[in-house]
Design a protein around this ligand. Structure first.
Ligand code: SF4
Length: 465
């Protein structure tokens, strides 16, 4: 089930309370709905069922998994009130301190995801055809709990008094914070706000709580680049490890639907950004190494060599597209060195689709595979996104983009199957961004489509044919 947004009216009321009474807690509670009750679990033993809604534990209403864990562990004698169908049931439970309930919830945030209070001109929502993308892609969420649980970036601009007290109590870390610029005026412009608290002050507050923070800069030409980028890097470096662990620099991504008047970096400007960041790092390498990372797009767009593994350290910003290409290339090199047993030496051809930005890299990989396994012909197809118009990364290709890109290619050229990088599919599902299921693409093209994640799975698929 997709998470819902916190009910705006309730949130507004609780914020008013927050502001007026300072000590009042923002408390928008909601039932904790069970999605799984394994037969071995304590939940099963006490008669809980999938669909049951936990309303209260020892008189405490719940907001999220943090509240649940806290109140469940707080006492060895619990009174749990649940709602089942239209009935309220009280369950008395005696347990040991270390016992777990063992059930799973529909979502860890029972009261929904907190909505964003910004209006960034580069927001992904401002780059979508609102009538053609699924609702979940149009959520503007900005919830510190999601940052902790799923590594999503937050701006900290919507924290209420009670959110802050909660962060102080829970100390959730690491958190992922969108900084964009440390200059207050520039940051406000980036976030589409009139005012906000200085991000340096916010980061110092998190440092005081010993919460590690990964940061992000979405770089926009003539907004936060050049001297602003240098100042931001210097300011963040001054907070290195207290609390800033890393900085990802990502170029603004705009599609043909963009309606806020921004532009993308030109090729020359992209080279300038690489030079600026690499020079900044080299000036004091010992102090600055493995701290600020340009996302892969900068290197791929300019056909500049991807930095070595040592540059990325332990790859702290992989989720933000930083270092994925290096990781893939190294994994492939490692895999190709291992002894592999092909199921046969039958000559065969397989297609592999990617966005145009990775064209050179995937061609190089396909050649290496052919050198090692001459009977396998891996054909890379660099697909343009007609849906988005201007983006060229693999992760944003839709099912229809692939269909349009391959539909006139004769089947014998495409080979026995098409390998789809998993990054194009919704996490845990087999559907593309346009809601096309992988089986629909398969049917339309008349060729099996298989998904693969990383070098190992790609080779496995090729050798299994
Ligand atoms: S913080 Fe900015 S980019 Fe993120 S959801 Fe809000 S408006 Fe969109």
């Amino acid at each position: 089930m997709e998470p819902i947004l916190i009910n705006k009216e309730e949130l507004e009321q609780s914020r008013l309370k927050d502001v007026n009474a300072e000590k009042d807690l923002k408390f928008v509670s909601a039932p904790a709905i069970l999605s799984s009750v394994p037969p071995w679990s304590l939940a099963h033993e006490i008669g809980l069922k999938v669909g049951d809604k936990i309303l209260e534990i020892n008189g405490h209403k719940l907001r999220d998994i943090f509240d649940f864990e806290f109140h469940f562990k707080q006492s060895e004698e619990l009174e749990i009130i649940i709602a089942r169908d239209k009935e309220e049931i009280v369950i008395e439970l005696e347990k040991d301190a270390e016992d777990e309930l063992g059930a799973e919830f529909v979502t860890p945030l029972f009261n929904g995801v907190q909505e964003c209070a910004n209006d960034c001109p580069f927001c992904f929502v401002e780059n979508q055809p609102l009538d053609k993308t699924r609702e979940s892609l149009q959520y503007r969420d900005d919830d510190f709990r999601m940052s902790y649980l799923h590594g999503s970036y937050v701006t900290l601009t919507n924290l209420s008094y009670s959110d802050r007290r909660r962060i102080e109590a829970l100390r959730p870390g690491p958190l992922y914070v969108s900084v964009h610029a440390t200059d207050l005026e520039v940051r406000n412009k980036m976030l589409g706000r009139k005012k906000s608290i200085s991000i340096i002050e916010e980061l110092k507050w998190l440092a005081g709580l010993e919460i590690p923070v990964h940061t992000q800069i979405v770089l926009c030409p003539e907004m936060n680049d050049g001297i602003h980028l240098l100042n931001t890097l210097n300011d963040l470096l001054a907070l290195r490890n207290k609390p800033v662990v890393s900085v990802a620099i990502v170029p603004v991504g705009l599609t043909k639907y963009h309606r806020r008047g921004l532009r993308r970096f030109t090729l020359d400007e992209t080279f300038d950004v690489i030079n600026l960041v690499e020079t900044w790092e080299s000036l004091e390498l010992k102090k600055r190494k493995s701290f600020a990372f340009l996302s892969d797009e900068f290197y791929l767009m300019t056909h500049t060599s991807i930095p070595a593994k040592t540059h990325y350290g332990n790859y702290p910003q992989l989720e933000d597209g930083v270092g994925m290409t290096r990781l893939f290339l190294n994994e492939m090199e490692k895999e190709l060195k291992r002894k592999h047993k092909a199921s046969s030496n039958r000559k065969h051809r397989v297609s592999w689709v990617n966005g145009t930005i990775s064209k050179n890299i995937v061609e190089e990989v396909a050649k290496k595979i052919k050198d090692q396994f001459p009977h396998i012909e891996l054909i890379p197809w660099a697909i343009e996104s007609k849906f988005w118009g201007t983006t060229n990364v693999s992760g944003l290709l839709t099912g229809d983009d692939i269909y349009q890109g391959l539909r006139y290619i004769p089947k014998e050229m495409l080979g026995e199957k098409i390998i789809i990088p998993k990054v194009m599919l919704k996490d845990g599902y087999d559907i593309f961004l346009d809601d096309m299921h992988i089986s629909e693409l398969e049917e339309k093209l008349g060729i099996p489509c298989v998904k693969a994640w990383g070098a190992k799975e790609l080779l496995q698929e090729l050798l299994a044919s």
